[in-house]
Design a protein around this ligand. Structure first.
Ligand code: GDP
Length: 444
């Protein structure tokens, strides 16, 4: 997960002053040195780091801060504001065409996640913006790109227009434009071909499409894992195509995050979305203020709530909670909770968004957690409806059968039952309290 070590190091840097009553030039310098090192280590551009530190110093040494009741906290606030400034002070928005079809053209090097992002954006526009979206397969270079887009389109129920790999990207775009007009689509997303490197052929193809489509948006996908290369690629694409916004992909990977932190201030192109997984719902609107807080380990509860509202069945969650508090909670509820949690993304990701839980996120092994959940779901799935409703009837022979069916040991079944009992007891005790988000109390 990106920014993990940056968050930790920045927190350490902040600690050097937050505990101290008085802010002096010397303890400030010590903190700034740490901040500088943290950013450089996260692969943030050198000039960007230099300016960042100078700005923080200038503001922090201002009289108001020195005289403040808690100067340490004031400095943390300044660092947060500067981070936000770096990431772009305002949220980027998609510009819709009020007088006709909105054309969105994707661009990016091969493998950066362009095709996947095209589908993710189509899903976002359909679900969140109520748009009648059409995807167009203009990547006629990469083998299987068309089929990939068709599969993705099917999964999100957005139609995909294609004339096959034999027709040029421009001719496909022209036909798609006509098709969209005739069939009442209001937003059209054009997937385009990438290359391994920026070359003339690629730019010419994209320029021709741009000249024909006059797109409201040209969105460039850049891969967070490539670090500083993001800046180089974005700059070149921008010079030749005037891109409108960036989508930073693969933020779930082991990226240090420096590319994302540098690209806005160097290219002046805003980040519109970040992508943090391979699934079609792994796309987040980019909010610089929330990201700054996340980087500083302050969590991002707003995005978590939005994610929950978008992906979870809120009614189901509420009724399962009610059942839990009234003691009627059974294995069906537990199963549905696992499914709901799954829709919120990785455990690490969830914990990082909860203020104060950042440290804990570092200790979580997502693969291990997923394996545990998978095992527990398999166990519940091996139960009969009656057993799920009344797990208390599970005696040795039933447990044996379930363990066999789920491919686990009887001890695993017992562990799940213990966890289940503990959850039930806890929830009754704190009736009106927290939802059952931690089914691992039994050390499963
Ligand atoms: P394109 O060549 O730019 O169209 O790239 P694709 O959309 O085919 O993506 C290349 C690979 O990256 C695929 O295996 C995707 O599943 C994967 N991918 C795309 N976005 C993300 C992301 O945000 N996180 C991760 N982990 N993988 C991604």
């Amino acid at each position: 997960m990106a920014f993990e070590s940056l968050t930790e190091r920045l927190n350490r840097a902040m600690k050097t002053i937050t505990g101290q009553g008085k802010l002096t030039e010397s303890n400030m310098d010590e903190m700034l040195r740490e901040v500088r090192m943290s950013l450089l280590e996260a692969d943030v551009n050198y000039q960007v780091v230099k300016d960042f530190v100078a700005n923080v110093k200038e503001k922090a040494l201002g009289q108001k801060v020195l005289d403040a009741l808690n100067p340490g906290q004031m400095v943390v606030k300044i660092v947060k504001e500067e981070l936000q400034q770096l990431l772009g002070n305002e949220d980027a928005q998609i510009h819709f065409n009020d007088n006709g079809i909105t054309n969105i053209m994707m661009a990016g090097l091969q493998g950066t996640g362009k095709t996947t992002a095209a589908a993710k954006i189509a899903r976002y526009l359909k679900n969140k913006k109520n748009k009648k979206a059409l995807l167009v397969a203009c990547d006629v270079i990469r083998p299987a790109a068309i089929e990939q887009l068709q599969t993705l389109g099917e999964s999100i129920q957005v139609p995909v227009f294609t004339l096959g790999a034999e027709t040029s990207a421009l001719d496909t775009a022209k036909a798609a434009d006509q098709y969209a007009k005739e069939n009442g689509f209001d937003t059209v997303i054009y997937d385009t071909a990438g290359r391994l490197h920026i070359d003339e052929e690629l730019m010419n193809e994209l320029s021709m499409m741009k000249d024909f489509l006059h797109p409201q948006e040209i969105l460039l996908t850049v891969d967070a894992m490539t670090g500083q290369d993001i800046v180089t690629v974005a700059r070149e694409f921008n010079e030749q195509l005037q891109i409108t916004a960036l989508i930073v992909t693969k933020l779930d990977g082991d990226a240090r995050g420096g590319g994302l932190l540098s690209v806005r201030s160097i290219t002046n192109v805003p980040v519109l979305f970040v992508s943090n997984g391979e699934k079609v719902d792994d796309l987040e609107e980019f909010h610089p203020d929330r990201m700054a807080e996340r980087i500083l380990g302050m969590g991002d509860i707003l995005s978590l709530i939005e994610k929950a509202q978008e992906n979870m069945d809120v009614e189901l969650a509420a009724s399962s909670m009610e059942r839990m508090q009234s003691g009627q909670f059974d294995m069906n509820d537990l199963l549905s909770q696992f499914e709901q949690m799954n829709r919120l993304g990785s455990f690490k990701g969830i914990l990082k968004m909860i203020p104060g839980m950042n440290k804990m996120a570092g200790m979580v092994d997502d693969d291990q957690m997923n394996a545990q959940i998978k095992r527990m779901r398999a166990i519940i799935n091996s139960m009969t409806p009656k057993e799920r409703a009344r797990p208390d009837i599970l005696k040795a022979s039933r447990k044996n059968r379930i363990a066999k069916g789920a491919g686990v040991k009887v001890a695993d079944v017992n562990k799940l039952l213990t966890s289940f009992d503990q959850m039930k007891m806890m929830s009754q005790m704190m009736s009106g309290g927290m939802p059952a988000m931690n089914p691992f109390g039994g050390g499963f």
